[in-house]
Ligand binder design. Structure first.
Ligand SMILES: *Cc1c(COP(=O)(O)O)cnc(C)c1O
Length: 234
């Protein structure tokens, strides 16, 4: 099979799986955004995906995101999904549709400052360490509410919701509880009405577990391998 038709086939499969999970959960397809995670993939491959209708891409490295941003059409929504260093924030403000990985006050302050300079409002998600893995980034579940209260003072940040990275597991059912917990956390926070901060967006679920994540309320899923095939790291 040619690369192009493989991509077409993969996208079709992912779409079918999303539709099935939405059906099962009684949810509408349009309430789930597919973020095509294109990290490590060359611009040509992204262009093929673009030609097949993909408009939302996720990247985890600033330089790579910028290179692709420059090379590809301007109607693409770029999502920064990887850990972000404060000294690199200035390069992506005004270019990214959303930053999924806000996990410290220092990072939020920098996004605020750079967005103010750029005269724009940056949409962000708070990354939550639901799985409580030592190695993972993210705010501890118990500290999310307090963190969001602090973010409420920033005029150039729009908090849109929560994001989590679940562990890599063979059986996606093992992550159901994590997705349930992130959903529950968003409902709890919504009930607190923190200064018109929204928590509508739940970014959760990757290639191995996005169907379970959709069943548990994901509004954004981040799918890489399932669309583009395995990644080669050099
Ligand atoms: C790489 C990555 C993904 C996509 O992973 P796949 O398993 O290839 O779908 C999703 N989210 C984040 C934060 C990632 O870094």
């Amino acid at each position: 099979m040619s690369k192009e038709s493989m991509l077409r086939e993969n996208l079709k499969n992912v779409e079918e799986n999303i539709a099935r999970a939405c059906d099962k959960a009684g949810r509408r397809r349009k309430d789930v955004t597919l973020v095509a995670v294109s990290k490590t993939k060359p611009v040509e491959v992204l262009k093929e995906a673009y030609d097949l209708g993909v408009r939302v891409f996720g990247e985890n490295k600033v330089q790579e995101l910028l290179d692709k941003y420059e090379a590809l059409p301007k109607d693409i929504e770029w999502h920064m999904i990887g850990h972000l260093q404060t000294n690199k924030v200035k390069y992506i403000i005004g270019k990214v549709a959303m930053i999924h990985s806000v996990d410290s006050l220092k990072l939020a302050q920098t996004i605020e400052k750079e967005s103010a300079k750029n005269n724009c409002v940056t949409k962000i998600l708070v990354e939550v360490n639901v799985a409580e893995e030592e190695s993972k980034f993210g705010i501890h579940v118990d500290e999310v509410e307090e963190f969001m209260e602090k973010l409420a003072e920033f005029d150039h940040i729009q908090v849109c919701g929560l994001m989590t990275i679940a562990p890599f597991v063979d059986n996606s059912e093992e992550n159901r509880e994590i997705f349930k917990n992130l959903h529950k956390l968003s409902v709890d926070i919504m009930g607190k009405n923190i200064d018109n901060r929204n928590v509508d967006v739940l970014s959760m679920g990757m290639t191995n577990d996005y169907e379970v994540a959709i069943e548990e309320g994901a509004t954004m899923i981040r799918v890489g391998t399932g669309i583009f095939g395995v990644r080669n790291y050099f």
